[in-house]
Design a binder for this molecule. Structure first.
Ligand code: NZQ
Ligand code: ZN
Length: 380
């Protein structure tokens, strides 16, 4: 087992009507907020009213930046940071899924930074301070509500990049499973795929951490047991709650303690599909993971077999991969590029972008030859 620091500073309120604690939390951070949200789901499902009621009761004023899109773009981060700076806000409140919360994380370090926000994303400049952030999660998937990661894309350069820094942990997160009742079936499915993929990125990382492996099996089993049930019963609070809590734990550091690193190679492949064709994040992963596992079958057969033994009661790498692919199918997520209308004609462009984005994992490196094989497997 590797040495590690066990740290997570997020105060997370989970459960029905958790939002009632928002006003008090906000008061501890200041008097004026930048309220960030997406394309408007929070207006139609009533979450916007509940958040702003809390602000009124707590005498918090706010300015708004709306319209953050799935696969969020750096332009919105820049524009919202400008607004936050001009309005001299004390803190940010992000109400939405991973795209809104990740954008808010970048905005929180871009407000006090003088240069271009893209420098922070690329790592050519380091953030030195931040504006505190509150997250109100409306979609169970990414784990961003309890981690120090954020992902944003630059459409001008076809890059979708992840970033990690202790400064961007939310100070508070509010997780009310009722807020996820309105998430449509497709995004519910992509969210379940994403949480499974986070478990796999941990599992295929570097270093032996047997207890963390057991947490991995447990979280994937939770998703296998309750994910398909939820997709048949989208209005079921208990199932929403189970999946929401599973998604948070799949990427809040828990699965990584004792390892040298996760892998994240499959996420880098998925990000290429997203930046080129606006593929939803979870859908990009259900396509990339089976292909990656097939590529890795002869390189790490025992590790794949071990996973299958614990999850599916199988005894070979081939059977494990077939079961994993079938699980993504049962969850209603695509498993081939052709399923989402991407064909062999786009192969060269995809590979070129993989090269430019230096696609590969922290543990399992990928060569340009691997890229070709992977994309063939995603197309077959
Ligand atoms: O724009 P709005 O109206 O908010 O609609 C959103 C959006 O269309 C909708 N939605 C969200 N909550 C809803 C709802 N619709 C109805 N009712 C609700 N309660 O769902 C759509 C997708 O939202 P999005 O935020 O894009 O989804 P998700 O949470 O899956 O976030 C994906 C982003 O997170 C990044 C991904 O790369 C992607 O950019 N990730 C972030 C990570 C992190 N920070 O740790 C790790 C992940 O691996 C991932 O890379
Ligand atoms: Zn993910």
């Amino acid at each position: 087992m590797e040495n590690f620091v066990y740290y997570n500073p997020v105060k997370l309120h989970f459960g029905k009507d958790a939002i009632r604690k928002l006003g008090q939390a906000a008061q501890s951070l200041g008097k004026k907020a930048l309220l960030l949200y997406g394309k408007g789901s929070i207006k139609s499902n009533g979450i916007y009213d509940q958040v702003t009621d809390q602000f009124r009761q707590a005498n918090i004023t706010w300015v708004e930046y709306a319209g953050i899109r799935p696969n969020p773009a750096i332009e919105d981060v820049v524009a919202a940071a400008r607004l936050g700076r001009e309005e001299n806000v004390d803190f940010i409140i992000a109400v939405g899924g991973g795209s809104v919360i990740d954008s808010a994380k970048f905005i929180s370090i871009a407000i006090p930074y003088d240069g271009s926000a893209w420098n922070l994303v690329k790592g050519t400049a380091r953030p030195e301070s931040n504006i505190p952030l509150i997250a109100v999660l409306t979609l169970a998937a990414t784990g961003t509500e309890m981690n120090k990661f954020a992902v944003v894309q630059n459409n001008a350069t076809s890059e979708k990049l992840g970033f990690g820094n202790d400064l961007i942990y939310p100070r508070y997160s509010f997780l009310d499973p009722q807020y996820t009742l309105s998430v449509p079936k497709n995004y519910t499915s992509y969210g379940i795929v994403d949480l499974i993929a986070h478990c796999l990125e941990a599992y295929f990382g570097k270093g032996e951490a047997t207890l963390s492996d057991k947490f991995v099996y447990s979280i994937i089993r939770e998703a296998m047991e309750f994910g398909p049930a939820l997709l048949n019963d989208l209005g079921n609070y208990e199932l929403r709650a189970k999946i929401m809590y599973a998604a948070t734990n799949a990427l809040n550091n828990l699965l990584f303690y004792g390892r040298e690193s996760g892998d994240w190679g499959v996420h880098t492949i998925g990000h290429v599909f997203s930046v080129l064709y606006d593929v939803p994040h979870g859908a990009s992963l259900s396509i990339a993971y089976p292909a990656w596992l097939k590529l890795m079958k002869d390189r790490i057969p025992e590790r794949i077999e071990e996973l299958g033994k614990h999850l599916f009661n199988t005894s070979s790498a081939n059977d494990t991969i077939a079961e994993m692919e079938s699980l993504f199918g049962v969850l209603g997520s695509p498993v081939r590029l052709n399923d989402i209308g991407i064909t062999v004609h786009q192969k060269n462009k995809i590979i070129q972008t993989m090269i430019e984005n230096k696609v590969g994992g922290a543990h399992h490196k990928l060569s340009e030859h691997d890229y070709e094989e992977l994309i063939d497997l995603c197309l077959q």
